[in-house]
Design a protein around this ligand. Structure first.
Ligand code: PGA
Length: 254
């Protein structure tokens, strides 16, 4: 019944020079060789996308961008487009990370534009959603997520979304060492899947991978992955070191 291949993704954020990125990527390739039941992705900074893609070529490590702009090309100083990302060797694009929402004015509307641009370029979008600590305290978690998902996926149909990955990252758990308990995470993941089912039908809802993110480490990954609606993880801090990240990838002991 279960058809979703788990995805363990590493978000390197603004870390590593090109040289360091290539070195860690090479090391990771060696450490996760032979892993077949789990897909592995790393998202280095833009400048390292091409050399890292080159370094992991032919391996089971895929590369993703941390963001992308919705126009294909033009006078948009400082921006990087989906075709540029794909031709640099990426298969994935992270969209709407909470740090982009918090520090760079990302909204559900811009998430929606980026998502469409990624899909058009056949990149696998990893759309990030998550509530803040205050929103959770005010018991607004579900309404916040409902809006982020609905507006993020606006004007899209189930036929468009077969490759979609959603990353649930409670903002209060990112980089704080506070992980949602596996039970808290499962509750939200189930909610997100039911939202998808309502809008796009059961077939798509069962297909979409929903990752958890926020202080994921080798010590907590197995328990999280034991939850039925958790299909992987988006890992920040613990993805920077190849050895630590490979332990997360090999959470099932294989
Ligand atoms: P963290 O970051 O693992 O360092 O908490 C997760 C993320 O922001 O994707």
């Amino acid at each position: 019944m279960e058809m979703r291949t788990p995805l363990i993704a590493g978000n390197w954020k603004m870390h590593k020079t090109v040289e360091e990125a290539v070195q860690v990527a090479r090391q990771l390739v060696g450490l996760v060789r032979g892993v077949t039941e789990v897909e592995v992705m790393i998202a280095p900074p833009y400048m390292a996308l091409y050399p890292v893609s080159d370094a992991v070529k032919g391996s089971n490590v895929e590369v993703g961008a941390q963001n992308l702009f919705w126009e294909k090309e033009g006078a948009y100083t400082g921006e990087i487009s989906a075709p540029m990302i794909r031709t640099a060797g990426c298969r994935y694009g992270i969209i709407g990370h909470s740090e982009r929402r918090q520090y760079f004015g990302e909204t559900d509307e811009t998430v929606n534009k980026r998502l469409k641009a990624a899909l058009q370029e056949k990149l696998i979008p990893v759309m990030c959603v998550g509530e803040s600590e205050e929103e959770r305290e005010r018991k607004e978690t579900f309404s916040v997520l409902d809006k982020q998902v609905k507006d993020g996926l606006k004007d899209l149909f189930s036929d468009d979304l077969g490759s979609l990955v959603i990353a649930y990252e409670p903002v209060w758990a990112i980089g704080t060492g506070k992980t949602a308990t596996s039970k808290q995470a499962q509750e939200v993941h189930l909610f997100l899947r039911s939202l998808l089912e309502k809008s796009f039908g059961n077939v798509l809802a069962q297909k979409v991978r929903i990752l958890y993110g926020g202080s994921v480490k080798p010590a907590n990954i197995s328990e999280l992955m034991g939850m039925p609606d958790l299909d992987g993880a988006l890992v920040g801090g613990a993805s920077l070191d190849a050895e630590t990240f490979s332990e997360i990838v090999r959470y099932n002991g294989r």
